[in-house]
Every structure is written in C-alpha cells, then in structure tokens.
Design a protein around this ligand. Structure first.
Ligand SMILES: Nc1ncnc2c1ncn2[C@@H]1O[C@H](COP(=O)(O)OP(=O)(O)OP(=O)(O)O)[C@@H](O)[C@H]1O
Length: 307
C-alpha cells in the first residue's frame, strides 16, 4: 500500500538524549490519523521532523511518496500544520494574518480567507488584532491558517488546546468535513484518549519515544472482547480457585483486589458459586465490554486516563 505520509525508523537524539527511537508511521490518504501519547512521549518531536523543522538523527520521512529533504519546498507547500503553539503578528488583524499567509504561500483564491475564518467561527473577530485573541481563538486562527490554502495533508499538534468542550466538538466536526468534502488527510496529536477515539480512523500510540502500536479503529472494534470484572478480598486465593478448581486460564490480576476474566462461556453466577464454595469473599462481580481505554491500558500499563 502507498501512504501519503510514512516514516521509517525515525529517530532523534539531542545532547545524547534519545527523544524518539525507530518511529514507523503509516498515514493513508483521506483518513484522520490520531497520534496519541502522554506528555513528553515525543509527539511534537516527531511532528517537527515531519514538517522539516528538525532534521532526523536517523531514519526517513516520505511525503506523497517522496523522501523529505532539506529542499522539499514543493512537497511542504502541499501541507498545512500547527506545531506547538501558533504564532502571529499580534498587531495585525486575524484576517490580515491569514491574507499574509496566502501571499507567502503564493495562494490567490478569492474568498479563501473569509471562508477559513467562517469555518473556524472567527468571522466576527476577523478585524481585531490577533494579539487580543484568547488562547482558544488563537488556536482556531492557527487551524484556519493551516487549512487556508486547501492543503492535501494537515499536521496538527494538539489542535484542541485551549478549546472548551463545545469548541472541541465543533473542531472535530470540521476535521471530519475536511476529510469527506475536501479530501484532506489529517494527522492530529493528542494526549487525550477520548478525543482521539472520537475522531481518528487510525491510531498510532507513542510512549517514551517509541511507537507502541498502530491500529485502525475498525480493528480495535473487531477485537474488543467482553470480560468479567471481579473484586475480592484475596486475589491470590481467588486466582487459585479460578485456575485450579475451574480450570480457567484467560484471566489477569489487575490490582490488589481486582481480577479480570476474559474466558468466554463462563458466567458470573458460576464464578460466584465456585468462589463462595471455596471461602473467597466477593466484594463485587460484573460483566463488561472492553473499551478503547482498556485496550490501550493493555498496550501500556502506564497510559492512564489522560491518555
Ligand atoms: N529541544 C529539546 N532539547 C532536549 N530535549 C527536548 C527538546 N524538546 C523536547 N525534548 C524532550 O523530548 C521528549 C519528548 O518531548 P515532546 O515535546 O516531543 O513530547 P510530546 O509528546 O509532544 O509532549 P506534550 O504532549 O507535553 O507536548 C521530552 O522528554 C522532552 O523533554
């Protein structure tokens, strides 16, 4: 398969410190690729290399099927991005900042500035100085600038930073629309799992500078399994009963009092009966379906709720 964006063994070392190692990314045309990882995982570092802001220590980046080089200006023209925080000429209006960007990019399409401002809900603030914008408005103006010249690929580092929940939803809907109606491909980083879950077609999980997993949401939905969550006084004793008395093998002790049983075909009633018969005190027992969060917890035990 050919990818619109692909990295191969991408690594970056600064002052002897390995920021990211052997990162392999595969982004398909027309999809939203969610780049998920906790703070400090290496998302920005990777995105800086994808946009030629940083040179990789080793490994390669291919954009639109061509290797990214120092002089890949034509390739970079087909992209829009926000890396870290967007910056503007504060004394100029939001509208003039966008107009200037069009001129800089050599993009002369009448009405594109007004359209981008309108898409991001900034029409009323268009003539106000960018310096007077709130954090959320600056983020919106940054997204407006990234999509202004109708790029084929948009790379956005934590694009919903500073937005309230309603604003986040609005931006998510916009991203989906950019894919379906404009055929754009989006790569979006976030440390928030629910955000990625609600928008991405494919998810790449980065942790401690390494790619832990790259998987489509469809595959995750297909592999999601049901399980029984058990809370007991004595997990060791309960595990003994499950393994030796009931011959179950597919279960996991998840904490001091919790056991998760993935075995199919066994009921909560049967487990309760057997545990009670063997004097194991049960605090609770319930049936669950594995969520995306559970799935990622399985990939890396340290990736918690904020990722
Ligand atoms: N210029 C730099 N010099 C040295 N180390 C750096 C530099 N920039 C980032 N790092 C380190 O690289 C690691 C990855 O940082 P990076 O900003 O890429 O993570 P991130 O996933 O984008 O985090 P966040 O969600 O907080 O933005 C961190 O340990 C960070 O301290």
């Amino acid at each position: 398969m050919s990818y619109i964006l692909q990295t191969s063994h991408l690594s970056k070392t600064i002052d002897g410190k390995q920021l990211v190692t052997d990162v392999n990314i595969h982004v398909k045309k027309g999809e939203v690729y969610g780049f998920l990882g906790p703070n400090g995982a290496g998302k920005t570092t990777v995105m800086k290399m994808l946009t030629n802001l940083w040179k990789p220590t080793s490994g390669t980046v291919a954009l639109f099927g061509k290797a990214l080089e120092k002089t890949s200006y034509e390739v970079l023209k087909r992209m829009g991005s926000i890396i870290e925080f967007p910056t503007f000429y504060d004394h100029m209006s939001g509208k003039d900042n966008l107009q200037l960007h069009c001129e800089y990019m050599g993009y002369y399409n009448k009405g594109s500035v007004e359209e981008a401002l309108q898409m991001l809900g900034l029409s009323d603030a268009a003539d106000k100085p960018a310096g007077s914008y709130s954090l959320g408005m600056k983020q919106r103006l940054g997204i407006a600038r990234a999509i202004l010249c109708k790029p084929e690929l948009v790379i956005l580092d934590e694009p919903t930073n500073g937005l309230d929940p309603a604003g986040m939803k609005q931006i998510r809907d916009l991203f989906r629309m950019l894919c379906t109606e404009y055929g754009m491909t989006l790569m979006i980083s976030s440390h928030l799992l629910p955000e990625i879950e609600s928008i991405a077609d494919t998810v790449g999980v980065i942790h401690h500078g390494k790619m832990m997993k790259e998987i489509s949401m469809k595959e995750i939905a297909e592999t999601n399994t049901a399980y029984i969550e058990l809370a007991v006084e004595d997990t060791k004793k309960a595990a003994y009963v499950l393994a030796e008395k009931m011959q179950l093998s597919n279960f996991k002790i998840v904490n001091d009092s919790g056991i998760r049983i993935y075995e199919q075909g066994v009921t909560t009633q049967k487990i309760s009966r057997e545990l009670m018969a063997n004097d194991v005190e049960i605090a609770s027992i319930s049936q669950h379906t594995e969520t995306l969060e559970d799935y990622f917890l399985k990939i890396t035990s340290e990736v918690g709720k904020s990722c």
